[in-house]
Write a protein that binds this ligand. Structure first.
Ligand code: NAP
Length: 329
């Protein structure tokens, strides 16, 4: 019986790491997620599980995995895992924080700039031979980013890294929301904690950087878009269900807001058909927030390291429910 189940293709260095620790494994070396029934079969008897965000790891699955001690998500977000169900069964859950922070902040800012300056539209125009001569009123005339107001919804690791790019690189005024104040970011970046309503009202660009939870589900709907500036942009490189996607499409189409940069979708991998039609000041990407070679390799290694620690009898470095460890050890 393999000790570790790896549900999808990860970086080979992480598999080598498991092997160097003499951990036997069943490796589903594919870029396609297993269907739920096959996932149940794959996990049966394993002590460690390395999974991706497209693997739904709920209590039903855990019931089939009596030996399971650790679930290591290759992601910082863990909305695909029922952590309470794991805790009830004494299973430790881990994620991959920090290693992807700067990469995801880069992508967030890339979406912001691309939407503001209409880069995909310009690219299509150029490649299709439509550029005949320079004009003052070019078809892709955009809006300034420098010196504008950036609203960060969720001033955590990634939110702060986005704010740093805005404040220090682009002279932006930073407003933010979070569960608790962030005095360091206030000092370093001149950021101000405000109510969600004030952030909606005053921001030129809003970046969503909260986790996807029951509390953050659909915090952006038509009601919130109506409170934003008509010139504002929404950037979402967090999770799709935080935004009601058909409302976003409607808000963009009707001019309630000006633009959007979206990396994550409510019904991923699907995109709202109306949103897919919108091009002006709208940029979409297929969930590539952390997608650089270095970062995805580090995420893979971190997940493997978390499993190795747990199976060696140590509390994994990135345990989300470390209280479970205290109870079982
Ligand atoms: P983090 O450090 O835990 O930051 C999350 C922040 O959200 C915290 O500051 C938290 O406030 C705040 N927050 C939680 N609920 C809130 C609410 N209702 N209203 C306002 N703020 C709220 O997490 P992170 O590492 O920055 O990652 C954030 C999320 O990004 C992940 O959960 C993941 O889903 C997503 N992500 C996406 C990609 C991608 O590929 N697109 C890549 C990486 C991560 P407190 O600090 O006060 O608790």
């Amino acid at each position: 019986m393999p000790q570790v189940c790896v549900t999808q293709r990860i970086f080979p260095e992480a598999i080598e790491l498991l092997e160097s620790e003499n951990l036997s494994h069943s490796y589903h070396e594919s870029d396609q997620a297993l269907d739920p029934q096959d996932l149940k079969e794959a996990v049966k008897g394993c002590e460690g599980l390395i999974c991706l965000i497209t693997d739904k790891v709920d209590g039903g699955l855990m019931e089939h995995a009596h030996n399971l001690k650790v679930i290591a998500n290759v992601a910082v977000g863990y909305d695909n895992i029922d952590v309470n169900a794991a805790s009830e069964r004494g299973i430790i859950v881990t994620n991959t924080p920090d290693v992807l922070t700067e990469t995801t902040a880069d992508l967030t800012f890339a979406l912001l700039l691309a939407a503001a300056r209409r880069i995909p539209e310009a690219d299509t125009y150029m490649r299709s031979g439509q550029f005949k001569e320079f004009k003052l009123y070019q078809p892709q005339i955009g809006v300034d980013v420098f010196g504008k107001t950036l609203g960060i919804v969720g001033m955590g690791r990634i939110g702060t890294a986005v704010a740093r790019r805005g404040a220090l690189g682009f002279g932006m005024k930073v407003l933010y929301t979070a569960n608790s104040p962030k005095p360091e970011a206030e000092k370093e970046l001149g950021a101000t904690q405000v109510t969600f309503e004030k952030l909606l009202k005053e921001s030129d660009f809003i970046s969503i950087n909260t986790p996807s939870t029951l509390e953050t589900h659909h915090i952006f709907t038509l009601k919130e878009f109506k409170q934003m500036k008509r010139t504002a942009f929404l950037i979402n490189a967090a999770r799709g269900p935080i935004v009601k996607e058909d409302d976003l499409a409607e808000a963009l189409e009707s001019g309630l807001i000006q633009g959007a940069g979206i990396d994550v979708f409510e019904r991923e991998p699907l995109i709202d058909p109306k949103l897919a039609q919108l091009k002006k000041h709208v940029v979409v990407a297929p969930h590539i927030g952390s997608a650089s070679v270095e970062t995805r390799r580090n995420m893979s290694l971190m997940a493997a390291q978390n499993v190795i620690s747990a199976l060696k009898g140590q509390c994994p470095p990135n345990a989300l429910n470390s209280e479970v460890w205290k109870n079982v050890s």
